[in-house]
Design a binder for this molecule. Structure first.
Ligand code: NAD
Length: 332
């Protein structure tokens, strides 16, 4: 199988590609990334991603002797998208303006990236006749909905990011019905794990702040809840969504179903810091953003039934592993 992964140099993408290369050694992968939120040297710093080859503008994209190629380019540029998608079997579309904060600061850019960019990728996938198009959505389209979130709730986005991801889901459904592109949209819950050094997510930010000896900023009173999923569980769900036969126009929640408050997360992290012999975590109060929902967790029974997917990693174990990765990353 030939996989095109947009945003492949980022947190989810680099973990996904490492998992494809180890689980499916005969497959080939091409990354399309503009490196706006990642760096080539970091991406290709360690095996199995160290075998990456940067592709010159005139180089063939799918060379039988190359396992991992990288196109430096933007999903908003249709010519680049056409070059990248031609010949691909599977497109995993991860490149995006990620997160609520940046979308509130610049809703137009968020729409250009997440709606315009996704439309470009679907057009490229349609022209290429791909076997599967997997779209990275999020819990944000559900927005102001009483959890647990399911695929059938009426979405009420609370941020431009939620609105643009909802539009992406809608285009995936429309391209499946109108043009027969076999799409699957996955609503990822809050992902944590190795290779998240650059992320502004709560786990990565807390670990970075605490490692720097700074107080951890908790926005609001810390009672807000999230559904924290380990990156290895998430990448397994993406591989299943890409390779399970017969899916088209589907939407799946990819989540643990466990509701964890920021205060509970902090207590667990404190344990891990103590176990690693690190100083106690200090806490400081921050402002709660208006677009931040109070409770968020999801029911992934549909993914269990139709993809045979279930989360396997417990949060406590996953946080210990993540802290270990951060400590090694800083030392390397
Ligand atoms: N990390 C999470 O907790 C989470 C949760 C829900 C959904 N998601 C979604 O999963 C996807 C991957 O997230 P991530 O955490 O790996 O993000 P990330 O920021 O680590 O990676 C995104 C990658 O996309 C690239 N990119 C951004 N804009 C681009 C453009 N216009 N053209 C080409 N490349 C571009 C960036 O350089 C980066 O390498 C995103 O679509 C995100 O919205 C992530």
């Amino acid at each position: 199988m030939k996989w095109l992964v947009t945003g492949g140099a980022g947190f989810v993408g680099s973990n996904l590609i490492a998992s494809i290369l180890s689980e499916r050694p005969d497959d080939r992968v091409v990354v399309l990334d503009n490196f706006s939120a990642s760096a080539y040297d970091e991406f290709a710093s360690a095996p199995p991603l160290a075998q990456a080859e940067r592709l010159a503008p005139d180089a063939p994209v799918w060379d039988a002797n190359r396992t991992l190629g990288v196109i430096e380019g933007d999903i908003r540029d249709m010519e680049t998208v056409e070059r990248a998608t031609a010949g691909a079997d599977i497109v995993v579309h991860l490149a995006a303006n990620t997160g609520v904060g940046p979308s509130v600061e610049n809703p137009r850019l968020d729409s250009e990236m997440n709606i315009g960019g996704t439309l470009n990728m679907l057009e490229g996938a349609r022209a290429a006749g791909v076997k599967r198009f997997v779209f990275a959505s999020s819990g944000a389209p559900a927005g102001l909905t009483e959890p647990p979130i399911t695929e059938t709730i009426a979405p009420r986005p609370a941020s431009p990011y939620g609105a643009s991801k909802l539009a992406g889901e809608a285009y995936c459904c429309a391209y499946a019905v109108a043009f027969g592109v076999p799409t699957v949209a996955l609503r990822f819950s809050n992902i944590y794990g190795p290779r998240s050094w650059r992320k502004g997510s709560v786990v990565a930010t807390f670990i970075r702040q605490a490692m720097a000896g700074e107080p951890i900023t908790v926005n609001g009173d810390g009672t807000q809840t999230r559904d924290f999923i380990h990156i290895d569980d998430l990448t397994r769900a993406i591989r299943l969504a890409a390779t399970t036969s017969g899916l088209s126009g589907e939407l799946y929640q990819v989540a643990t179903g466990c509701e964890t408050s920021v205060n509970q997360l902090l207590a667990l992290l404190q344990e891990k810091f103590e176990a690693a012999g690190l100083p106690a975590i200090k806490r400081r109060q921050g402002e709660r953003a208006a677009a931040d929902v109070q409770r968020n967790f999801a029911d992934a029974s549909k993914a269990a039934q139709e993809l045979g997917w279930r989360p396997q990693k417990d949060l406590s174990e996953g946080l210990a592993e993540t802290l270990d990765w951060f400590l090694h990353y800083r030392r390397d």
